[in-house]
Design a protein around this ligand. Sequence first.
Ligand code: C5P
Length: 406
Amino acid sequence: MPLHKRDAMNGKRILLIIGGGIAAYKACELVRLIRKQGAEVTCVLTDGGAHFVTAMTLAALSENPVHTTLWDLKNEVEMGHIQLSRQADLIVVCPATADLMARMAAGIADDLATTLLLATDKPVMAVPAMNVRMWQHAATMRNVATLRSSGVTVLDPDDGMMACGEYGPGRLPEPDAVLAAIASHLDSQRAKGPLTGKHILITAGPTHEPIDPVRYIANRSSGKQGFAIAAAAAQAGAKVTLVAGPVNLPTPPGVTRIDVETARQMSAAVDAALPADIAIMVAAVADWRSAGEANQKIKKDGSGHVPPLELVENPDILASLCKSARRPPLVIGFAAETNDVLAHAKAKLARKGADWIVANDVATHKMGGEINALHIVSATGIESLGEMSKDAAAVALVQRIADVLA
Ligand code: C5P
């Protein structure tokens, strides 16, 4: 299966350490390429690196503060170098000079870069660039072997003409090739599990349906259950697309998130994300929207006259997906009910054409809370999962999905 860089990199965090060599200029292009794949980059510039590129360039390209010294009190208070070394999914040293690799191999921590490299518990990749004789020197070869045996991924430099006029191995690989190595490294770290190779499309949260530029129709959905399912599915190895209504939640690791506001936008985002192997429609989509969205704020005129609010029906995303030619093989709907929960869920199963309806009683477990009790209603019967946290309910549901796929 070809590697899709964006799938492997989207939402990932790279700590990029830029050593002092002429190839440092290529690190600027690398920052741009990494960000194009949806990953975040934080740069650490060594003293040597700062002779070749500026912190300003890297800050502008990464849109993040650039760290340069161990002795910055403000940075230390706000972040701390230990935390900085642990926050990334991958640390990339590019260019890795002979000197930097020697200090890494010896465990020296005499500046910010080497201190981070010694303190980190995250994978490290080094991209060497140096003069051919320096690369081929026994000391460098020993250091590279030490780094490799201690788990650092050291890429091989390219062959070719060097900035110093000599020819041979030692050139920094082109930024595209470094990007491909980063993507493949992150892909190999991706959770492998029972849903590896499956694309799961999830909707979550409420929708907001505008009445005028300042008012909208909404509901109490927090998005927590849908986000927890997205996290559990990614953890089980799936490629996850999460179409999220307006919620205040962080994107779970490894999940591709598409933010929408209205039901019609959600419907379009679901269409655009197909094909999928499994769809889980958790969103509390507003059934109705205002018939005519005013383009100016509707004013109270003091006469006591109440403006009419005429509603029209929104598209039913789940029902249309079930009827569509691109229907995923397994479609799961949700039903938040306040009464006759199971009866409503059974009726909904038939009406929507879904394979399962996952019902929950929002009279007992209020929307927006932390606890849920899910009932999986399908043609073969009803399974009640019992009361548990939304995270645990998500893991249990994903396990049921993995069981039927197996
Ligand atoms: O009809 P009801 O809103 O109760 O159905 C709930 C299920 O249908 C949920 O899975 C929800 O995400 C989905 N739904 C939808 N589009 C709508 C209304 C509900 O996809 N317009």
